[in-house]
Design a protein around this ligand. Structure first.
Ligand code: APR
Length: 229
């Protein structure tokens, strides 16, 4: 029976793939006012700006490749039952080959009906641009399949359940600024080892093992630590 290795990732996981983080210098929220492009109010106020913001991020994503950190997490599936919970909306974990990925904040390569949110559509790389005039096959307007600020995080419950079942919990590349995602490590059972990989780590409880380095180096170091048992 393989141990359950639950990994929670943020934007830093994709930094080495060339995808901009949010709160580092030069990050997305320096260039775009977050509440204009990533909030429910912002989408209602200026849908064209929001559609274009996500079109630009999809264009960047198509040019990006999974990095050694993503691939290292796939390697760990040989020895562990690995679950990835990610705040990221990119599909780099999936493209690297991770078999169990739970997105907390939505998925960039998906859109959904505004009027029937259960109708979710995967965009093909050839047709990634959407506008306020885009319509689905039912004639309904569509929106990015992204959890905007001010909106609920429906996958938080299954994510918290996974964290509570972890035999080992790992946090990679997140500033732990945004809730409820940031609270995941508090669902981990007492005594379960927690590792935090981040070159500029946010404050965490003393029993968390901090690996102050980037994702690629950190995942390699983590695999060494886990191999030693
Ligand atoms: N490897 C690992 N971590 C890195 C790297 C790297 N190469 N480079 C930067 N980081 C770390 C930073 O030190 C920081 O702690 O990644 C983290 C990025 O933090 P944020 O930009 O705040 O990203 P994140 O924590 O994922 O943001 C959470 O906020 O804007 C919303 O919905 C958006 O999902 C996002 C959420």
């Amino acid at each position: 029976m393989k141990k359950k290795l639950v990994i929670s990732t943020g934007a830093g996981m994709s930094a080495e793939s060339g995808i901009s983080t949010f709160r580092n210098a030069g990050g997305l929220w320096e260039k775009y006012p977050v509440m204009e492009v990533c909030s429910a109010d912002g989408f209602n106020r200026n849908p064209a700006l929001v559609h274009e913001f996500y079109n630009a991020r999809r264009r960047d994503l198509l040019k990006a490749q999974p990095n050694a950190g993503h691939l290292g997490l796939v390697d760990l599936e040989k020895d562990y039952d690995v679950y990835v919970i990610t705040q990221n909306v990119d599909d780099l974990h999936e493209r690297a080959g991770s078999s169990k990925v739970l997105h907390l904040h939505g998925e960039l390569m998906k859109v959904r009906s505004v009027t029937h949110p259960e109708r979710v559509y995967k965009l093909s790389p050839e047709a990634i641009e959407t506008t306020p005039d885009s319509r689905d096959s039912h004639g309904d307007p569509i929106r990015p399949h992204i959890v905007f600020f001010q909106e609920a995080v429906p996958n938080m419950e299954p994510a918290a359940q996974l964290a509570s079942e972890a035999d080992i919990f790992v946090v990679i590349g997140t500033s732990l600024n945004v809730y409820p995602a940031a609270s995941l490590l508090h669902y981990v059972r007492r005594g379960v080892p927690i590792y935090y990989i981040d070159p500029n780590p946010a404050p965490v409880p003393p029993d968390v093992t901090v690996l102050k380095m980037g994702a690629s180096e950190g995942v390699e170091r983590l695999a060494e630590i886990l191999r030693k048992g």
